[in-house]
Design a protein around this ligand. Structure first.
Ligand SMILES: *Cc1c(COP(=O)(O)O)cnc(C)c1O
Length: 228
């Protein structure tokens, strides 16, 4: 199947899941994860209405930025090294992977130098898997409170990855916990806005929609398997 058919199918599945959950499908956005995908295929999804692209590697992202039209919304979704922050701040619409204090400091410093604000999501390791980045749920309140001193960093929500499982239902408790965390923290930290939940990938996005995701990071479902 071509990417247009893929997008059609994904759109239908999002619509159905949103209806099931009584949610407004208009509020759910597809971020097409274009890692390892050639520029020609990316152009096809842009022609089909995609405006948001996700990349997990800085160098690959900046190279594609140079080859694609300006005005796209780029999302840094992967683990970010502090020495790469200078290539990202001021260039991307949203950083999904703020996961530690020294990264926050580096982002703040760079943003200050450029006189820009940086929208971010804080990545949470809900499952506690050792292989995953992100704050533990219990660390989140203090981290968000401390971030309020960083004038350049605007927290917009939370991001998580569920452990891979054949059965997408296994992701549900992790997505639900992220939503509940955001709800509780919004009450205890009134200055912090946690309106966005970035959760759900190809294998589990319908469950994520049912649990409140509004930013879906979809690679394989949009572009097909990454075999290149
Ligand atoms: C690769 C990647 C995705 C997309 O994965 P698919 O299973 O292909 O949809 C989503 N989020 C992150 C952080 C990724 O690295």
């Amino acid at each position: 199947m071509g990417v247009r058919e893929n997008l059609q199918t994904v759109g239908d599945r999002i619509l159905t899941a949103a209806r099931r959950a009584g949610r407004d499908p208009e509020k759910i956005k597809i971020i097409a994860v274009s890692k390892q995908v050639p520029v020609e295929s990316i152009k096809e999804v842009l022609g089909a209405g995609i405006t948001d692209l996700g990349e997990n590697r800085v160098q690959e992202m900046t190279s594609k930025m140079d080859q694609l039209p300006s005005g796209l919304r780029w999302h840094m979704i992967g683990h970010l090294q502090t020495n790469k922050v200078k290539y990202v701040v001021g260039e991307v619409a949203l950083i999904h992977s703020l996961d530690r204090w020294d990264l926050a400091r580096a982002i703040e410093q760079r943003a200050d130098a450029l006189n820009v604000v940086v929208p971010v999501l804080v990545q949470v390791n809900v499952s506690g898997e050792k292989s995953k980045f992100g704050l533990r749920p219990g660390e989140l309140a203090d981290f968000l409170a401390a971030l309020q001193d960083f004038r350049r960093i605007k927290v917009k929500g939370l991001m998580t990855m569920a452990p891979y499982a054949d059965d997408p239902e296994e992701a549900r408790p992790f997505f639900r916990e992220l939503r509940q965390l955001a709800g509780r923290l919004a009450v205890s930290l009134p200055g912090v806005s946690l309106e966005h939940l970035s959760m759900g990938m190809t294998n589990d996005f319908e469950v994520a929609v049912e649990e409140g995701a509004d930013l879906l990071r979809l690679g394989t479902a949009v572009f097909g398997a990454r075999t290149y």
